[in-house]
Design a protein around this ligand. Structure first.
Ligand code: HEC
Length: 126
């Protein structure tokens, strides 16, 4: 069920975000209401995201397994499949294995609140 829902989100979001008329609204979709970016940065450091990603502003985050997360706020697509909106970023951070089964990013155990905080931090990177 969950995977079906994510697929629907992907399809709907891709159609929306790739249409030129949507470009103007994409920045506002990348603000995470209620997200706490400084708590998000602390979580990113604690959880060891930097073992796999190079992430500006996070001590020791120079990993080369996944893509660098500099400019993630300005990218169009998450993990090659999801339109880069706040809701999709939270969905990815909560359950990357449900979005792209078998990819090298494990589910990190983030609940909804923590995923929003992490997304809020990532959206400061532009
Ligand atoms: C074991 C390695 C690993 C860890 C740990 C990890 N990731 Fe990832 N991450 C990846 C890989 C590999 C991808 C690319 C997945 C794909 O494209 O299918 C990825 C993709 C992403 C993306 C999408 C990037 C893009 O440009 O599309 C974001 C955002 C992200 N990770 C954030 C995080 C955060 C935040 C954490 C910590 C909570 C984390 N990752 C932990 C390996 C990891």
């Amino acid at each position: 069920m969950r995977r079906l829902n994510v697929s629907a989100i992907i399809a709907a979001s891709l159609i929306g975000s790739l249409a030129p008329s949507h470009h103007a609204s994409s920045q506002s979709e990348r603000s995470v209401s209620g997200g706490n970016p400084s708590h998000g940065a602390a979580l990113v450091e604690q959880l060891g995201c930097g073992g796999c990603h190079t992430i500006p502003g996070i001590r020791g985050a120079r990993g080369l397994v996944g893509p660098p997360l500099d400019n993630i706020a300005d990218r169009m697509i998450i993990a090659g499949v999801l339109a880069n909106t706040a809701d999709n970023m939270v969905a990815w951070l909560r359950a990357p294995q449900s979005v792209v089964a078998g990819n090298a990013m494990p589910n990190m155990g983030l609940d909804g609140k923590d995923a929003r905080d992490v997304a809020a931090y990532l959206y400061t990177l532009r």
